[in-house]
Design a protein around this ligand. Sequence first.
Ligand code: GDP
Ligand code: MG
Length: 376
Amino acid sequence: MKTLTKSNPIRFIMLGGFLGAGKTTALLRLARIYTKRGLRVGIITNDQAEGMVDTLAYREAGFTTEEIPAGCFCCHFEKLIEASGRLADGLKPDIILAEPVGSCTDLVNAVITPLKSLYTDQFVVAPYVALLDPIHALEALSVTGATGFSRKVTYIYKMQQNEADIVAINKTDQLDPAKLERVEALVAQNFPRATCLSVSAITGAGFDRLVSLLDEPGEAGLNPAQVDYKRYTEGEIALGWLNAQVAVSAAAPWDGNAFLMVVAQSVRAGLIMGGAQIAHFKMRLVDEQGREAALHATSNEGTLALAQCIDTPVSTGRLVVNLRAEGNPETLQQSVETALKAVEMALEVDCSIERCEAFAPNPPSPPPPERNRIRT
Ligand SMILES: Nc1nc2c(ncn2[C@@H]2O[C@H](COP(=O)(O)OP(=O)(O)O)[C@@H](O)[C@H]2O)c(=O)[nH]1
Ligand SMILES: [Mg+2]
């Protein structure tokens, strides 16, 4: 097997998959693996709005990260090329890891193919990986499964794996062998063109195989999908999106971890009451010393737990909220506003909303292929 070594052109690795599938966790693991090999890694994040929790997570881990806000890679290929150019000029990376928005599909036609055909001097494109949350997979792919998301949203989910060269079933640490076998069978049956493997971005299981597949010099983007843009649009606009930044202060030091838990519980209760289904709800609290606490939820059920804590009380902090759910943007906004009031009462803090955008994503509209050639 050929091992990836220092190279020019840059190796471009894009890892897609639905909201909450584990893309950021997996890319952080890959970034550390490549860094250990002595390779320089740059990261590109992408979202429909500014103020991304993921960008904070990558930067906190020490990786040079370019953020592309206000639209997905598939509609803004030119921004992806510009961001790659900035990384190439500054960091001079051996590898670029790219995380597309979790509601984005048609990435082979819109990104992999033009990169492969128009930018051969600058990039070597790795096979395209879609990461998959096994519980969502059971819901979306099995006939008898409970349906978390509507068929509109599930259409996007299915197209994401349909176009992938590699479908990586993630979070296998949460599955017993029988369940894993069921998910593997469903994936093989529904996405027969892809190479399927099982991984855990948390424990690292399966990553040796994933890395060797990504190292292989073979073709990328072999499964371009025929995406029905009417259905894709219906799926996108069924989702609600909220990005907020909140300044938090108080007369006396307060517990940053309890703060996140109270906000999370209250937001989730509000969403459930409003009939919304969480896709990915993530929050990061950064205090005046730069310490960070974080919390994620990827469904309406389950125990809420902190992914990262701050050990001692904090004086002031900035909260970043990224909430993606199937539901009305107004429901998302109301849930967050109500939760901030609740935490003000509960912990005697002041929350001042500096920015809050709640919206349904714009209908996807990739540019025609001839517009993809821009100067770098
Ligand atoms: N148990 C488990 N949880 C995971 C794994 N990978 C990611 N997660 C969790 O899933 C949630 C979403 O992960 P994230 O990487 O932010 O997903 P993204 O939206 O696809 O980037 C977080 O709470 C992660 O800790 C995994 O392999 N096992
Ligand atoms: Mg992410």
